[in-house]
Design a protein around this ligand. Structure first.
Ligand SMILES: *Cc1c(COP(=O)(O)O)cnc(C)c1O
Length: 342
């Protein structure tokens, strides 16, 4: 099977498993897991922050950052198709007690003007804005990269209003590798940054939250415990994360090349509509125009040909490239798509 449903399907390689098996461990709630400590140091340095906290998932990372930086009854600004609003089971409302104020972005990207307009006035009637969240790359927007200038402009707005910013950088390193902007240059504009070690980086689980604010880090650590995300001999997972950061960051460029190649092949297939110019990283959306097949039926037929991808609406599909999909598999997937639509 060629699995293009998501980069979440990547499996730890034999070398990564070996690193996990060799990991020195301890009880991380006592701060005594040397591998977790090393991962946190390496991860923080990589994004130019003072410290980092290892968490089991990107969702938990986002939610701890929301909880620690926005009091219940406050408002958090997000983009309307973002992970925090769409894919976290309402946790910001259910667990942090905050209200999300969403902005409709272009391919998931908000402008500084939109953010400024969404910040509430400080009169006694208005709900108070507490936090601004940005997603880079933007998943549902199509793996889109925030231009650094846009982030800088939003930061200027946030600072003028005394508001902190959180970066949901689940795929931050896809943005880094594709744009040439360093992780630190993105991260310096945010109080908190999360990034996933799973997905394209290939670890089986785990994300890091990075920050310069050590008091905030201690709050995040308390909330991690409250939310059930404090682990013990998690060095086994941290070893996978360290291996991922060392070996799987630069190779994300291959996934981006594969996504562009797939887009170029799809553009040539009758019945597919795609704009290859909007494919910036490893995620691509395309539409299927067939008198016989809805996107869901197309995906079911494609499965018979050994290719998996997701239908996301009656006409559109999403494909995601990752380290378990080779250049040859991309050609085979495109051939299969052409056969199904022929
Ligand atoms: C995957 C993802 C997360 C984290 O999701 P988990 O399923 O908890 O790993 C957060 N934000 C974005 C944009 C994501 O794509």
């Amino acid at each position: 099977m060629i699995d293009l449903r998501s980069d979440t399907v990547t499996k730890p390689s034999p070398a990564m498993r070996e690193a996990m098996a060799r990991a020195e461990v301890g009880d991380d709630i006592y701060g005594e897991d040397p591998t977790v400590n090393r991962l946190q140091d390496v991860g923080a340095a990589l994004v130019g922050k003072r410290a980092a906290l290892f968490v089991p998932s990107g969702t938990l990372g986002n939610q701890l950052c929301v909880r620690a930086q926005a009091e219940p009854g406050r408002e958090v600004i997000v983009e309307g198709q973002g992970h925090i609003i769409r894919y976290e089971q309402g946790a910001a409302a259910a667990l942090a007690g905050v209200q999300l104020h969403w902005i409709t972005g272009r391919h998931g990207l908000m402008t500084a003007e939109q953010v400024e307009a969404a910040i509430r006035p400080t009169d006694p009637y208005s709900i108070q804005t507490a936090l601004i969240c940005i997603e880079n790359t933007h998943n549902a927007g199509g793996g889109t990269i925030y231009p650094l200038a846009t982030i800088q402009a939003i930061r200027a707005v946030a600072s003028a209003h005394g508001l902190p910013m959180h970066l949901d950088g689940a795929r931050l390193f896809n943005a880094v590798v594709a744009s040439g902007v360093s992780a630190a240059d993105y991260a310096r504009h945010f109080e908190t940054v999360t990034f996933c070690l799973s997905k394209g980086l290939g670890a089986p689980a785990g994300s890091l939250i990075a920050t310069d604010d050590l008091a905030l880090l201690e709050r995040l650590r308390r909330f991690r415990r409250m939310y059930g995300g404090a682990m013990r001999q998690s060095g086994i997972l941290a070893a996978a994360g360290l291996y991922a950061l060392e070996h799987h960051v630069q190779r994300l460029a291959e996934d981006h090349a594969h996504a562009k190649r797939l887009a170029a092949r799809l553009e040539q297939i009758p019945g597919v509509s795609i704009n290859p110019a909007v494919v910036e990283t490893n995620i691509l959306f395309f539409e299927v125009h067939s008198p016989r097949l809805s996107a869901h039926a197309f995906v079911a037929a494609l499965r018979q040909e050994g290719v998996l991808l997701n239908a996301v609406s009656p006409r559109s599909c999403r494909a995601v490239t990752h380290l378990d999909v080779s250049a040859q598999a991309i050609e085979q997937a495109a051939d299969a798509i052409a056969r199904v639509l022929a």
